[in-house]
Design a binder for this molecule. Structure first.
Ligand code: HEM
Length: 185
């Protein structure tokens, strides 16, 4: 696992990614903005420099991924920043207290044995590249920031992935979810 990276996502008038659509699926939305940037490292732009800023840290360890799943993921997954991947989605989300009160093995069973999150997700690799950012332990307004990059022709497949995941048992525990679609030139 690489060293965890501090991440700041700042929305406002500037940034390489244009916000093309915002869908609020559960809970409160985010203030409107034209563009956003994802900053990596310990030195983020100051808060207040945009319409909003979300802070987090990349996964320091795998919580739910088994050894076979890890090997399969490592064999197919692609990194962020591929030139043809000019479309992206930022989906900040939180899970309910009922989720966080469960024991680790019960959460794993819900995520994979009942919902097949990793198995479904694997079907969409390598077209979709992803980054999972944790915020819960930092006291952020969301528990996670999820980030996905893909080529324009793979956007329908990404829509299909979202439809499938949102129909799972795991998503019964999602208490807040905002989806921002992004494009860069
Ligand atoms: C692109 C295909 C996808 C793959 C291969 C994938 C894979 C994974 C894996 C392996 C984990 C577990 C990480 C760990 O063990 O710590 C995970 C967690 C997570 N994924 Fe996905 N995922 C995909 C798509 C998505 C999408 C589209 C969303 C949001 C709409 C999403 C949201 C999350 C969240 C919030 C977690 C953390 C769950 C928790 O800790 O409760 N994933 N994903």
């Amino acid at each position: 696992m690489p060293t965890p990276l501090r991440i700041a996502i700042t929305a406002g008038a500037a940034g390489p990614w244009r916000i093309t659509a915002t869908h609020t699926l559960a809970g409160a939305s985010l203030p409107p903005a034209a563009r956003l940037a994802m900053h990596e490292g310990a030195d983020p732009p100051p808060p207040g420099s945009g319409a909003w800023q979300l802070l987090g840290v990349t996964n320091s360890n795998l919580r739910y991924t088994g050894e076979t799943e890890r090997t399969r993921l490592a064999g197919v997954q692609q990194g962020l920043g591929r030139p043809p991947a000019t479309r992206a989605a930022l989906i900040p989300l939180s899970k309910s207290e009922a989720w966080w009160e469960l024991a680790q093995d019960a959460r794993r069973a819900l995520l994979e044995e009942q919902s097949r999150h990793i198995a479904i997700g694997l079907e969409y690799l390598p077209a979709v590249a992803r980054r999972l950012i944790h915020c819960r332990d930092l006291g952020g307004e969301f528990d996670f920031l999820t980030w996905f990059e893909f080529a324009p022709e793979d956007e329908p497949a990404f829509d299909d992935l979202l439809r499938r995941l949102r129909a799972t048992e795991e998503w019964q525990y999602v208490s807040r979810e905002v989806e921002l679609r992004l494009a860069r030139d």
